[in-house]
Design a protein around this ligand. Sequence first.
Ligand SMILES: Nc1ncnc2c1ncn2[C@@H]1O[C@H](COP(=O)(O)OP(=O)(O)OP(=O)(O)O)[C@@H](O)[C@H]1O
Ligand SMILES: [Mg+2]
Length: 1008
Amino acid sequence: MTFDEILTRVITLLQQEGRVSYRALKIRFNLDDEYLEGLKDELIEAKQLAANERGKVLVWTGGLALSSTPQTPDTGHRTPDARLQTLDPRPVSYTPKHLADRILAEQAAMEARALPDGERKTITALFADIKGSMDLIEDLDPEEARAIIDPTLKLMMDAVHRYDGYVAQSTGDGIFAFFGAPIAHEDHAHRALYAALRMQEEAKRHAEELRREKGLNLQLRVGLNTGEMVLRSIHKDDLHADYLPVGHSTSLAARMESLATPGSIVVSEHTHKLTEGYFEFKSLGETRVKGVSEPINIYEVLGVGSLQTRLQVAARRGLVRFVGRQNELEQITQAWERTRAGHGQIVGVVGEPGVGKSRLFYEFKLRAQKGCLVLETFSVSHGKAYAYLPLIELLKNYFQLTLQDDERKRREKITGKVLTLDRGLEDILPYLFFLLGLAEPTSSLQQMDPQIRRQRTLEAIKRLLLRESRNQPLLLIFEDLHWLDAETQAFLSLLGESVATARMLLLVNYRPEYQHQWGNKTYSAQLRLDPLGQAEASELLTALVGDDTKLQPLKQFILEKTEGNPFFMEEIVQALVEEGVLVRDAVGAHSVRPLPADLHIPTTVQAVLASRIDRLPVAEKELLQTLAVIGKEFSFSLLKQVVNQPEDTLQPRLLRLQEAEFVYEQPAFPEIEYVFKHALTQEVAYNSLLIERRKVLHERTAQAIEKVYSDKLEEHYSELAHHYGHSGNTEKAVEYLRLAGRQPMQRSANEEAIRHFTAALQLLQTLPETHERIQQELSLQIALGVPLQAMRGSAAPEVEKVYARARELCQQLGDAPQLVPVLAGLWVFYLLRGELEITHELAEQIFTLARDVEAPALLLQAHRMIGITLFWRGELAAAKSHLEQAITLYDPQQHRSHAFLYYGLDPVAVCLSIAGWTLWQLGYPDQSLTKSREALTLAQELAHPPTLAFVHIFTATTHRFRQEIQVVQELIEQTIRISRLIAGLMRYLNSSDLRGSKYRSAKTLISR
Ligand SMILES: Nc1ncnc2c1ncn2[C@@H]1O[C@H](COP(=O)(O)OP(=O)(O)OP(=O)(O)O)[C@@H](O)[C@H]1O
Ligand SMILES: [Mg+2]
């Protein structure tokens, strides 16, 4: 065994047993001291999955363990007894060839992708064991014991393999298996449950024999859980998989097994949620599980449920109002009209998973049902290996066979119906019986050549349906042909030849990977079902969550993520409800918590997308993962730089991703851009990469951007910050965030600026505290202050917090030149809160600083602040003098940038406005108006929206003093228009602080 193999086995052992002594490990795996040390280092230090106890015992810490106490013989979990270790434990010995080939292909793919550390996968884990195996075989000799255990293990494995699962380990008296990896399946949880049920069914049969022959009582326990794991590698020689569980994924499955009473199957909440409706469950209530803080609900699986398709499950939840698709319905209706007139038709609807193919059929059925016979069937994802499944289902529907009918009853129903339809069909009966498993053991069909039997069976069903269509129009629905088995495929081809002259509409649907065969027939049509358009998607969302305007941002967010795929929309809304972000009531939904920054992709959606991605050939899958790191949109030259492949290799791969509709081209200048079709595909592909690999790709992407766009880097600051942030290059990330934050401010896109600066500040905290870091933090805090003032109002507590912290940083740095803008931020804060004493002190302090430094720019600000403070204090003459000095010092070229440093407004536009008011109060109405108008002209020249809004409102007040109501109204209307543009200023205008009592009293004082 290689080191990795031993490591994986020890992990599984520890998960099951909780603790193992070093001695036992050495004996069990034949380890020398050095090997043992290596294992300890890996488990304790590197992976942090276990701890050392007194230098003697290894204790599992990587999530819950099954037991932390030494095992007693009857727990069922123990060291596999030597007597039980009879089967060859290497997966290669028991994995069927067709699965082994697919698993090896997957490994080759991982190698080709150069993923030394493997990939993340969502899987369903299954543990099964023979309850009390020790007691069972206690008195038997080893050979006899083997004769009992081996067939049992074999039937467990067969059940897993039947549903394309992977048996990772045989533990002597049980197995550990997973579904969803190495081979991805969108329905891994369903497959795992089918396997579990089959296992129990077979075991019961086997146990019955044992009881009769040997008086033994054999029972299995099965436990399942769905979660994530990292599949590291699969060994080519023996198919052994190295994997690491993420969180409790596999240990919780083991725990479920230990909770199962003998003969039963227990699943965790997560697995239950994914399979509810498809299976019958009994709730076993809540259970506390060691290592998991909240109790979890567990369920016993009773059997297969009544629902079989996703749409049936959705229908039970209550179908959402049907939107759009009127054209498609119309086209199917036309085909149906022609069919009824005796010209049979075939309509194939093709579309991506979840786009609404099944729903379209469902809606059509509702409209078409009168005076016809509807027969429906479908293939299932594990159906390719099961010949005839859809046909059997179809016949069961036609003959209305139920689970309660015994064999005799079934034969009667079939015979009765066929002979009533047409006595001439009597010869098809044996074939129908045979297909439905009702044939007598003596039937001549048993001996017939299989090829001939197959052909005649298909003919029989065709004749039956064609005959029926003479009595009444037949609507035959076959869903999900992409999973069709070869026999049913052959049947459809056969039937397709005869449709044209029958009153039969063959309505089929499939995903794009299926190639249909009726393209050249005049009576066949293919309908392409695209995602819902913007308007319909919004309508669907409204149907899902109501039309509360407060939910608009959430709706927008969902629309962007799902791009009109109704299934994705429903699942995301459902996930938000489950996460408590949305609460639904009778009228609709409302948001109770802010939107999470990164949306948790529902497992259902994840599974659909992951299995699509996993079906891609290696090179394309790798490319898709790289694209997922680069971003939702990217140019070809950037991509080329990142992947570093020759163009003639890269182009065809990209083309295939386009053909498979993962990405599409978008015209852009100067070169074409590529865009992910679904943001969710991008996220799923991204999440499948291990964090280390993502880091490397992010760093490469950032460097590629710096290179490819070196002449216009400013257009890519936030992308660069994103990539460096995720590559672990914090210094660069902070720098780009700072640069990115300054850009939106110049466009007054303040929220964006706040986001960038806040992110930069957070990242900065992860760096060691150096002089340079303090300096960086200070400039970031100051930069953050201004957009915060604009968006939250200058008197908001966040604003004070930012400037107070900045003042502290200035003190740490000694005499920092930035102190002036910092004090200025605090000054406005206290001014607007009406705390005029502190305001005055701060203004004086600024004035002293500015005078000492002798910088005209600072002096200008100082005069402004003192002037304004004095105005509000009612010291009008002094106020006037300071404001005029500020105005004299102004150089529009040089001081324009002040609007981004102080207060978010141009200093002189403000001074002119306040000077206008001062002059009014002093008794110079005409001069007052002139100043106010000058302020307006300046603001218009500057075209800086916040300044413009501010000056408008101040000028309007001057006109109000003059009782020029018409002008006041015009100015106010303009203010509202500008302010709508900058929602933050609206907040300023409405700010409660502005209407605070201190402010009011100051105003009253002045107007007196
Ligand atoms: N036009 C629509 N209006 C409202 N809901 C829709 C519409 N189309 C689909 N849905 C809903 O979206 C979900 C997914 O649709 P559906 O099951 O028909 O997808 P599908 O294309 O058949 O997917 P798959 O390929 O996986 O079978 C269902 O719950 C369905 O009710
Ligand atoms: Mg469907």
